[in-house]
Design a protein around this ligand. Sequence first.
Ligand code: SAM
Length: 320
Amino acid sequence: MPPAAVLERPIERHASRSKSAPSALSVLDSELHELISTGGPLPADYASLNQKLRAVGDAVRASLLSKPEVLAYARDLTARHFTGTLQAQALERKYGYSGDFEIIDAIYRQTLHRDPALRRWDLFFHAQAAPVAVRNRKAWFHRLLDDHLATKEGKPLRVLDVASGPARDVREWMLDHPGEEVFFDCIDADIHAIDHARKLCAPFIDRVEFHHRNAMRFLPAKGYDLVWSAGLFDYLMDRSFVFLLKSLLAVTRIGGEVVIGNFSPFNPSRDYMELLGDWVLYHRTERQLIELAREAGAPADAIQVEWEPEGVNYFLHVRR
Ligand SMILES: C[S@@+](CC[C@H](N)C(=O)[O-])C[C@H]1O[C@@H](n2cnc3c(N)ncnc32)[C@H](O)[C@@H]1O
């Protein structure tokens, strides 16, 4: 382990600016080093560690500490101690953006580092509310598919999955529903995601088609019963949100629905994501989601907002 003085350099740089900000980061830093020396956090340590992270977040919100400085600290610490962990993977942005198919798939599969000395950090990552909510949204999609399947009345079910990423959700549902007349069109802008998803869904090639396209510019226009998009709209500014939702409604058949996942402001992992992982999303309230759906032309009685058990992921349902 490098000497504490080296690790604390980013903290010392702030000492002249404020008294409270450096102390929030120092307290977090001490706790992290204590945990590093004992082999990583156990579940009994999570509350205290989350509390220290929140205190750093509060210092940033109070402008006592700047976000780039905290991120510089996180990068330094991660490079020294957390190579190959999910924390490192989030910061690395291997494909140029946060939330790529690899990290999302790792969240679904709850992968752990091979090195026992680092495994507990991955367990801490997976236990955060945001990854739990990501796993819950897969279950949400599955439940939606079940509901649509139950009401399709002998007709084939057509589903559009926008920003499909690893398509682990599609694969698992298809495995549980062999022989059903359900046809998926999956769109993703990242060819690496498409390649990975095609492999995962290879057994269902006759019913799952992949399109390597930017959803803002292209959508297959088949008249879908269900249009699903999770993990995309919370990266979009309001204008793009409305534009894309309008386009999705245009390819939904009358009687079908569009369902969009978006992180809510009740995200206890937000500081962890933003300050240690540089993973920034547009968190939206129920009211904001409803207003955006109204802007996209949906009548008030066609809109509903629901959420998964953590309350971290909202789902905007818009009926056509
Ligand atoms: C966070 S992942 C979500 C994956 C999947 N929906 C899930 O929940 O498991 C986001 C995905 O959105 C894709 N993406 C981002 N912008 C896109 C766009 N404009 N059109 C299509 N895909 C896009 C990325 O390539 C990435 O695979």
